[in-house]
Design a protein around this ligand. Structure first.
Ligand code: ZN
Length: 369
């Protein structure tokens, strides 16, 4: 990645920071664009159990409890744009009138605010699907193409997807190809004159046995075996893109009647690989979660362990390869990179600890340029 190396050699800053818990897409994308933890923006997962007992995808702007930095800057007259690779984020990012499009649906998502009625034509090549190696790059290509057409934006958010990282570890053929192309596009953004910040919504770890089968605890089955009845497991990783992860990550919520809760907690905490089991009030404090949108128990597993509902409810034949996933503490470490040097005050602050959700603060307030 020669352009990234050159950027860092010339004074760009690289910190190891952390993501929000659970280390999932929607929670962290919203933390990055609002600069705030889930208790503020309202999304502790991709998915939750609503008060009426139905499982609901957290993809609609009505769930948001805080405005994005882009929406506020847009209201103040700045030219802002959000592009997401996966379309599931688009409506959330658009909240507050932010111009948005997605790589996945570029063919049907024009950007009328900038007079762009055909995004695919503007980019100059057909948009890839969510299970192709370069859908993330297409999102960046959209940002570059828009910038070339209308001039640099004041603030632009380009959100990638993790299909490649789910499918292959570092050093894999597709992973290398992903980062080579990412680096070229980073170079184009720098050549356009942008101050660039890079972070991730989460890390990724292999969660499988040596034979390639997933290392997973099915929590409803485990509770059943332990004689605890009436519990329902919700997996906040759940989204329509099951090829990535088969809905298996390292974080789960358990809803259960109060009289069974302590026994459920003990049974779950006894499972090898389960690291944390918190009740609702504890989780709200420790993870900074909105208490009304989480389970009675929050469960997190170690780097090599995934959590499921019951074996019968997961179709693992859809997985693209041995399970690699995220959601727990071990996928919290993420890079936080800014293309220019940080001012002394910020360099000091962020040596102590930085979140991915600090990225906009670093970009807008923290550099010497
Ligand atoms: Zn993922």
């Amino acid at each position: 990645m020669p352009r990234l190396q050159e950027m860092l050699d010339q004074g760009g800053s690289l910190h190891l920071g952390r993501s929000q818990m659970p280390s999932f897409t929607n929670t962290n994308n919203l933390s990055i664009v609002t600069g705030a933890p889930p208790v503020v923006h309202g999304l502790p997962g991709n998915h939750y159990l609503a008060a009426n007992g139905e499982e609901v995808q957290l993809t609609s702007p009505e769930f948001l409890r805080a405005p994005s930095i882009h929406a506020e800057l847009g209201k103040a007259g700045a030219r802002v744009l959000c592009v997401t690779a996966k379309d599931k984020l688009r409506r959330l990012l658009a909240h507050g009138g932010v111009p948005t499009t997605s790589a996945e649906k570029a063919h049907e998502c024009p950007i009328p605010e900038f007079g762009i009625d055909d995004v695919v034509e503007l980019v100059g090549r057909k948009n890839p699907g969510p299970y192709e190696w370069d859908m993330s790059h297409y999102a960046i290509e959209i940002g570059i193409a828009v910038s070339r057409k209308i001039g640099p934006l004041d603030l632009m958010y380009l959100s990638t997807t993790d299909f490649v990282q789910h499918a292959e570890g570092p050093g894999g053929k597709m992973a290398d190809r992903f980062f080579r192309r990412f680096d070229e596009l980073l170079g184009e953004l720098l050549d356009l004159g942008y101050l660039v910040g890079i972070t991730a919504d989460h890390g990724m770890n292999a969660k499988h046995h040596p034979d390639g089968s997933p290392r997973v605890h099915y929590l409803e089955d485990a509770l059943h075996t332990a004689g605890v009845r009436g519990c329902r497991v919700i997996l906040p990783i759940t989204d329509p893109y099951v090829v990535h992860h088969g809905a298996l990550g390292s974080f789960a919520w358990v809803h259960c009647p109060e009289e069974h809760r302590q026994r459920a907690r003990e049974a779950l905490a006894a499972l090898p690989g389960v690291e944390e089991v918190f009740d609702r009030e504890e989780a709200a404090v420790i993870y900074q979660h909105p208490a009304d949108r989480i389970g009675d128990l929050s469960v997190a597993a170690d780097a090599g362990t995934a959590l499921g509902t019951s074996a019968a409810k997961h179709d693992l034949s859809v997985l693209a390869g041995p399970l690699r996933s995220h959601g727990g503490r071990h996928e919290q470490p993420v890079p936080v990179i800014v293309s220019k040097p940080l001012s002394p005050r910020y360099a000091e602050l962020h040596r102590i600890g930085v979140f991915n959700s600090d990225l906009h603060d670093l970009l807008l307030n923290g550099t010497t340029v």
